[in-house]
Design a protein around this ligand. Sequence first.
Ligand SMILES: C[S@@+](CC[C@H](N)C(=O)[O-])C[C@H]1O[C@@H](n2cnc3c(N)ncnc32)[C@H](O)[C@@H]1O
Length: 373
Amino acid sequence: MMSSHPAAGHGHGNGHGNIEVDPIWDNDDDSTYESAGSGTSIGSITHSIHEYVFENGRRYHTYFGVDKYIIPTDEQERDRLDLNHEVLLQQLRGELHGAPAPKEPKRILDVGTGSGIWAIDMAEKYPDCEVLGIDLSPIQPNWVPPNCRFEIDDAEEEWIHVDNSFDFIHMRNLNQGISHWDHVLSEAYRCAKPGTYLELSESGQKFYSDDGSISGSSAMLSFTQKLGEAMLRIGRPPMSDGMQEAMLMRAGFVDIHSFTLKMVMGPWPKDARMKKIGIMNWAQSESAFQAYSMAALTRILGMSYEEADRICREALDETKNKSKHVYLKHYVAYGRKPAGDERNTRKRKAREESPDSGDSGDSGKGSTLRGVR
Ligand SMILES: C[S@@+](CC[C@H](N)C(=O)[O-])C[C@H]1O[C@@H](n2cnc3c(N)ncnc32)[C@H](O)[C@@H]1O
């Protein structure tokens, strides 16, 4: 079934509609974008080893253990996270989330807040609401709105927050640091106020093309295959279709909706908004290939720095080939914690319908609405 979020668009790259290639890229002689002056890079690397491990030219935070989170959290990564936030704002047509907006919220939680940019934007949008961002790593800015604050915490531990205390909970792109999603979501369920939403928003790691322009020999595909293998080995498989909905359902959320965004790579789409998104994604890919994979490939798969670096560079180079019209999928799913009365009714109904089934009233079964944008 389709849901009708405005980010669904009309064949402009969000969801299942094919993205039309801008003819300008197909009609000249160069096979790469280099000569078009489109080469780009972002940020600058600051080198610091205070309380961190410094590896392969990047800084990894180690307070919760070296392998707790295997993406760097340095200045370069913060720049990339801010850019990725802009990409997702574009994809969601200016919205900060896909779930219905909270009504007069008093407390909002952003789990794995990273550079804190989503929490800061939400605090500005809801000045009467306290927005709390939690993260493993203290990389958030000091100058933030007075109603925004950050705490260092591991979302996989028992949450310190009281039951029924948040009006909205947001989790975006922290899959690389979570091995026990069911535990995290059961804590989120406990701490969400009845009737409020939890949103999960994760990028997959596979590349797709609608026109068959990437094939088995693609460097991007072998990159994702290697990265997927490494993450699976440590129990953190990349997000894929239907995973988030199943997790929300198991935790007890109801009215589950989901949609998939196409994160295009490069300026190839004809549509102006998607072209802009593609250029921004291109910019972040300058550091994203390495950020996501250097520790995974070297520490988990045992590759040498040179081999891992080559896999990243070849994949990055391939994104600059004009004939490759690729995108990643970004999965958004949200669900509502049933209100008190509703929970009792659901439990009663479940008992009536299946007297032997035990206490399964919060399963949310039958309430998933799969949307494709
Ligand atoms: C890729 S960043 C995304 C940041 C932010 N959510 C965004 O979308 O801009 C992932 C962040 O999640 C944090 N993280 C990963 N695992 C975590 C965990 N178990 N508990 C708390 N934070 C975690 C990392 O430290 C990192 O800052």
